[in-house]
Every structure is written in C-alpha cells, then in structure tokens.
Design a protein around this ligand. Structure first.
Ligand code: C2E
Ligand code: MG
Ligand code: MG
Ligand code: MG
Length: 282
C-alpha cells in the first residue's frame, strides 16, 4: 500500500485508489477552482470513549464533491495538493470550515465535543498557522479546546525545530494535538515524549491485524501502557469489528473510531449522532 511508504512519498500505481493520467491531470487543474468555489465538503467521524461509549470528539475529513467524478476522497487529491503547492489554500479552507461548523453546532446546543482537523507537514511548517487559527477561533467565538489538530509523524521530520515551534505555540494557545497514524512511521514514544502531544492515534493497520495476530495485540497493549505513562490519551483508528473493540477495551484504550461505530458522515448526520451523545455497537 502506497501509504506505508510514508506521507508525501505517494506512488500512483493503483489507478483505483490514486488517479493516474487524465483524471489526475483534471483534478490537479481543477483543484484551485474547487477550493474557491466551494466544491470541498467536510464529513465527520465520531470518536467514542470506551468506558461509557460516549461521543467525546469528532474528526473532520475533507472530500471533493466533483461535478463529474462524484465524491472524491482525500487520498486522491491531498497528495496532488501537496505536490502542487495548493495544500496551504486547501488547509486554510478546512480550518475555517471546521471553525464555522463547530460554531454552528455550538449555537445549536449540541454536545460540546472537540472537532479535530488534519494538518499536513507543509501547513505545520507555515509559521503563521497558530496565529491564523487564533484569529479564526476569536472570529467564531470558540475556545482553543473546541478544536483539535491531528498531525502525522511526517510532520516531525528534520528540521524538527520548525514543527516543535509551531506545536509549542499551539500548546500555549491551549490547542490539543493528536499524533495520527502512530506506528505507521518511524517515530518512537521516546522521540515524541518531549513534544506537546496530548493524544496518540494508533494506526488502523495495527487494529486491522488485532484479531489474527497475537504479536500485534502485545504491541498495541504496550503502546497504550507507554502512552498512558507519558500522560497521553490513546485512540484506536479503523475499528471495524466487535472483537477489535473488545480487545482494545481490555487493553485500556481510551477511545475508538471506525466503521464499526460510524463511517464519516455529512454534517446533518453528524449532528444527529451528537444528539444521541452515546453510540451503541450496532
Ligand atoms: P486519517 O486522518 O488517518 O483519517 C482516517 C481515515 O480512515 C479516513 O479516510 C477515514 O474515513 C478512514 N476510516 C475511518 N474508520 C475506518 C475503518 O473502520 N476502516 C477503514 N478501512 N477506514 C476507516 P479518508 O477520509 O479517506 O482520509 C484519508 C486521509 O486523508 C486521512 O487519514 C488524512 O490523513 C487525510 N485527510 C483527510 N482530510 C484531510 C484534511 O482536511 N487535510 C489534510 N491535510 N489531510 C486530510
Ligand atoms: Mg486524522
Ligand atoms: Mg489516522
Ligand atoms: Mg490513517
């Protein structure tokens, strides 16, 4: 799988997953207009706390409502945006859409849970990111804990000082940071222990292998224990089966996210989920 090669080093061998040729060319050419003309939409996936199955957070995931291709997933255009220097504009759109949505949900009196958005390495390297986020929060009457940022290990590559500066500034503002896809890259808990990271998201490849392979169970359990000892919360991504959920609960994982509980859904459906506040396994 191309993702395993690490973010920012995508290969385009799988035409079904990553568009090649004409489609890729069309997407690249049309992306600037799509960002401007409102063809991007956010979908939302709940994070559920295992102790009581309460929805304790939401994650915003961008999609492109393309007039010709239908709903295009981020795997098909985030790499293009990164390569074509459009990730700044795309990321800004996501950040403001996220703040606007969260403000609307707050105004509607829905369960006040943090809304997380994903940030690319290039975005984190933009020194104006924290101040621009601060401005958006003020404009929308939100506090720092209303939103959350998900970064990946590829944000922490050299020169690591740049990322550390941004993360420290966000931390000073009170914004919580989650390390996404943990385990898919090369960082160890030893390396990230000094960074202001509040939450670890265990990559779904581990969760996927939980049922068959007991080694994976040992690894996941150790990650959770170590993370807790470093005062981090742990979220498991990509939970698709009851067995996985049960295993993760036994291993003291704090939160889960995955198709088993809910796929990412449009804003109206996300609001309905939040009205229920608790999610029961289907
Ligand atoms: P991610 O942040 O790790 O998000 C989780 C991905 O796994 C999402 O795919 C989600 O739909 C999918 N997923 C959730 N539960 C399950 C499950 O149970 N099984 C399986 N097989 N998949 C599950 P999606 O929405 O296609 O996003 C893919 C990646 O694109 C994200 O991975 C994130 O890295 C990136 N991305 C999404 N939105 C944004 C954005 O606004 N900005 C940036 N920079 N990147 C984004
Ligand atoms: Mg994420
Ligand atoms: Mg992830
Ligand atoms: Mg992932």
């Amino acid at each position: 799988q191309s993702k395993r090669a690490g973010r920012g080093r995508y290969t385009f061998y799988d035409a079904a997953l990553n568009p090649a040729g004409p489609k890729r060319y069309a997407l690249e050419r049309q992306l600037p207009r799509a960002i401007q003309d409102g063809e991007l939409v956010l979908h939302f996936q709940p994070k559920v706390q295992l102790s009581d199955m309460r929805i304790v957070g939401m994650e915003a995931l961008v999609r492109w409502q393309h007039p010709e291709f239908g709903l295009v997933f981020p795997g098909d255009f985030i790499p293009i945006a990164e390569q074509a220097s459009l990730i700044g504009a795309l990321g800004d759109w996501v950040m403001q859409a996220c703040c606007a949505q969260q403000a609307a949900w707050r105004a509607a009196g829905l369960a006040p849970v943090p809304l997380a958005f994903n940030v690319s390495p290039q975005q984190l390297r933009d020194p104006s990111l924290p101040s621009r986020l601060g401005k958006l929060l003020r404009q929308h009457g939100l506090s720092a804990t209303d939103i959350e940022i998900e970064i990946t290990e590829s944000c922490l590559v050299e020169p690591v000082e740049v990322a550390v500066k941004a993360l420290s500034e966000l931390e000073r503002m009170g914004v919580h940071i989650a390390l996404d896809d943990f385990g898919s890259g090369f960082s160890s808990l030893g390396q990230i222990r000094q960074l202001p990271i509040h939450k670890l998201k265990i990559d779904r490849s581990f969760v996927n292998d939980l049922r068959s392979n007991s080694d994976v169970g040992v690894i996941v359990t150790s990650i959770i224990t170590l993370a807790h000892n470093l005062s981090m919360r742990v979220v498991a991504e990509g939970v698709e089966l009851m067995d996985q959920l049960v295993y993760l609960k036994t291993a003291a994982c704090d939160e889960v996210q995955g198709y088993f509980l809910s796929r990412p859904v449009a804003a109206e459906d996300a609001a309905k989920l939040m009205q229920h506040t608790h999610l029961r396994p289907p």
